[in-house]
Design a protein around this ligand. Structure first.
Ligand SMILES: C[S@@+](CC[C@H](N)C(=O)[O-])C[C@H]1O[C@@H](n2cnc3c(N)ncnc32)[C@H](O)[C@@H]1O
Length: 209
C-alpha cells in the first residue's frame, strides 16, 4: 500500500507524507535506515524490551531485527516492501516479504511481537493490528508496541507519499495515542503490563489476557 515511492525513499529519494487535510510531514527514512541519524536511545531501549523469539511487523530495512540478532535474540522481520526486505537481509536481519495479515511462520508461538515506529497504526486500524499481534503470540508472550504521546485517541485517515517527481496512492494510516492503550488492548484481549516512556516516545508492553 505504501507503493513504489516508499521503495524509492529507501533508495534516497526525498519524500514526504501528505495527510488528507493537506498538511505534510517529513518521512523519517534516516531513522528507519539506522546509522548516525537514527534514534539510538530508542532503538537500544526497545531492543532491550524484546526477549525470546521476536517478530517485527512492518520491519522496514530491519534495523531493530539486525540489532536483536546481534544480541543473540532469534528475530524475523516482516515487510511488504521488496526494497525494505532486501536492505534488511543485507544488514544481517532475517526478513520475509509478506503482508502482516497473511499467514506467517510461527503463528501462536512468538514470545515477542514488535510494532515500532507507529506501526500499530498500519492500515488505519489499530484494533486489527493488535488483534494480529495477539494471534502471533504464545501464551505468556508480549507485544511491544510504540504509541504516540502527542495524539489523543485514534486519529485515522488517508495519507500518501509524495516527492518532487511522483505522487503515490492514498492509503489508510492511524496515529494512536497512548491515552487509549488500555481500551484498545482490552478490546482485542490484551492487557497493558507496562508503559515505557523513552525520551519523547512511548512504548507499551501488552500481554495476552
Ligand atoms: C512506518 S514504516 C516502519 C519502519 C520500520 N519499523 C523501520 O524500522 O524501518 C512502516 C513499514 O510497514 C510496512 N508495511 C505497511 N503495511 C504493511 C503490511 N500490511 N504488511 C507488511 N508490511 C507493511 C511498510 O512497507 C513499512 O516498511
Amino acid at each position: 500500500m505504501l507503493g513504489k515511492l516508499y521503495d524509492r525513499a529507501l533508495d534516497g529519494e526525498r519524500c514526504w507524507i501528505r495527510h488528507a487535510d493537506g498538511h505534510v510531514q517529513r518521512l523519517p527514512v534516516h531513522s528507519w535506515l539506522g546509522g548516525p541519524r537514527a534514534d539510538a536511545v530508542f532503538d537500544r531501549a526497545v531492543v532491550g524490551l524484546c526477549s525470546g523469539p521476536t517478530i517485527d511487523l512492518g520491519c522496514g530495512p530491519g534495523r531493530l531485527v539486525a540489532r536483536l540478532v546481534q544480541r543473540g535474540v532469534p528475530a524475523l522481520g516482516i515487510d511488504q516492501s521488496a526494497t525494505a526486505v532486501e536492505l534488511a537481509r543485507r544488514s544481517g536481519a532475517p526478513a520475509l516479504r509478506r503482508d502482516v495479515f497473511a499467514p506467517l511462520p510461527g503463528t501462536g508461538r512468538w514470545q515477542t511481537v514488535l510494532l515500532a515506529d507507529g506501526n500499530v497504526g498500519l492500515g488505519g486500524d489499530p484494533w486489527r493490528v493488535l488483534q494480529r499481534a495477539g494471534e502471533l503470540l504464545r501464551l505468556g508472550g508480549r507485544c511491544i508496541a510504540e504509541f504516540d504521546s502527542a495524539v489523543r485517541g485514534v486519529e485515522a485517515g488517508w495519507v500518501r507519499l509524495e516527492s518532487s517527481r511522483t505522487i503515490g496512492p492514498w492509503f489508510r494510516w492511524a496515529s494512536v495515542g497512548i491515552d487509549c492503550v488500555t481500551r484498545l488492548a482490552e478490546d482485542v484481549g490484551l492487557v497493558v503490563a507496562d508503559i515505557h516512556p523513552i525520551g519523547g516516545r512511548v512504548v507499551a508492553s501488552l500481554t495476552l489476557g
